[in-house]
Design a protein around this ligand. Structure first.
Ligand SMILES: Nc1nc2c(c(=O)[nH]1)N[C@H]1C(S)=C(S)[C@@H](COP(=O)(O)O)O[C@H]1N2
Ligand SMILES: [Mo]
Length: 319
């Protein structure tokens, strides 16, 4: 496989302003014709090879919340990314020198299309969307984050999973030279996560490649990480290098570490407490020292979109 060095991406490959305007005209023409031909756009996702660079051609999403997003500073200095240390400011401090490119994503298992793809090729077939999501950590704090990413459902469809594919499993880069937290233990590496195929093909999850309209910072999981807004933050695996379609439920890192405390589903649920603390309320990061905690919503407020996935499932046992 030929891996194109990110520096070799020519400006002509990036969605030009002209294309963007043409697309807008096309949409307007569609609207004049009765709005019935809002065809899928022909945009292709491109992420520049430059820290902090602005992303072009981002579509807004109807799934975004209108709550005020947290500041860029909150989102990029208060993180969980154990590969770079267990303290909340460790990822910010220790991931600065990490160079996430070149990067490859391996797709394997029960799918018609599999292989190893350079990051740029992996995201290219998809649209870049902004999704402003409420995020709720199992530690009972929350944020609102303006992600930029590609629809996971579209990615799954693209690889054409077979009928044997019941789950999709993800793995993070496991590089002890570049990730100082790995040398210190704390979890069984690589970091692992997984979703059922029904969850993964729901319209809400994205693979994020940016936030606040710019390239995803290292501490938030560059170059590509999962975002599942109705589940506790730990499902949002960062620095993904591998996706595998499986027939059996995959092992997941926090479940492996503490099965009694962290289940496979990890749906945000104010009615099912963590064995050591309540999940009924949450502290919104950045709200100020004297702000009171706010109630946590079932499925983090995304029940209309996802409650049907768990019909008939005892959520007390399947936490
Ligand atoms: N590879 C990896 N992914 C990870 C983690 C981690 O330690 N390693 N922590 C998880 C947890 S517990 C949370 S709350 C979110 C935090 O994402 P953020 O720092 O971008 O807000 O990342 C998740 N993804
Ligand atoms: Mo978390």
């Amino acid at each position: 496989m030929l891996i194109k060095k990110p520096a070799a991406i020519r400006p002509s490959e990036i969605t030009s302003e002209k294309n963007y305007l043409n697309r807008r005209n096309f949409i307007r023409a569609g609207a004049l014709l009765g709005g019935s031909i809002l065809a899928p756009s022909a945009m292709s996702a491109v992420v520049p090879d430059k820290r902090g660079a602005k992303l072009a051609g981002i579509r807004k999403s109807r799934f975004s919340t209108d709550e005020t997003p947290n500041s860029f500073e909150d989102i990029t200095t208060y993180n969980n990314y154990y590969e770079f240390g267990t303290g909340k400011s460790d990822p910010y401090k220790n991931a600065q020198d990490f160079d996430p490119l070149p990067w490859t994503v391996k797709v394997e298992g029960h799918a018609e299309k599999t292989g190893t793809f350079d990051f740029a090729d992996f995201i290219k077939p998809f649209d870049l969307e902004e999704r402003i999501y409420r995020m709720r950590c199992v530690e009972a704090w929350s944020m609102v984050i303006p992600w930029v990413g590609i629809s996971l459902a579209e990615v799954i469809k693209h690889f054409r999973p077979t009928s044997k594919a019941k789950y999709v499993a993800f793995e993070t880069l496991n590089d002890r030279k570049r990730m100082p937290g790995i040398r210190r233990g704390s979890l069984d590496w690589p970091y692992r996560e997984g979703l059922t195929i029904a969850e993964a093909t729901n319209p809400l999850p994205i693979l994020a490649v940016g936030l606040y309209g710019q390239v995803l910072p290292n501490q938030n999981g560059a170059p590509i990480r999962l975002v599942v807004p109705w589940k506790y933050g730990f499902k949002g695996i960062k620095g993904i290098v591998r996706m595998r379609f499986t027939e059996v439920r995959p092992e997941t890192s926090w479940n492996m570490a503490q099965a009694r405390e962290y289940g496979f589903y990890a749906n945000v649920n104010p009615n099912v407490d963590h064995p050591r603390w309540s999940q009924a309320r949450e502290r919104r990061i950045g709200a100020g020292l004297f702000a009171s905690k706010q109630p946590t919503l079932m499925f983090n407020g995304y029940g209309d979109e996802v409650a049907h996935l768990y019909k008939g499932l005892d959520l007390r046992r399947n936490y």
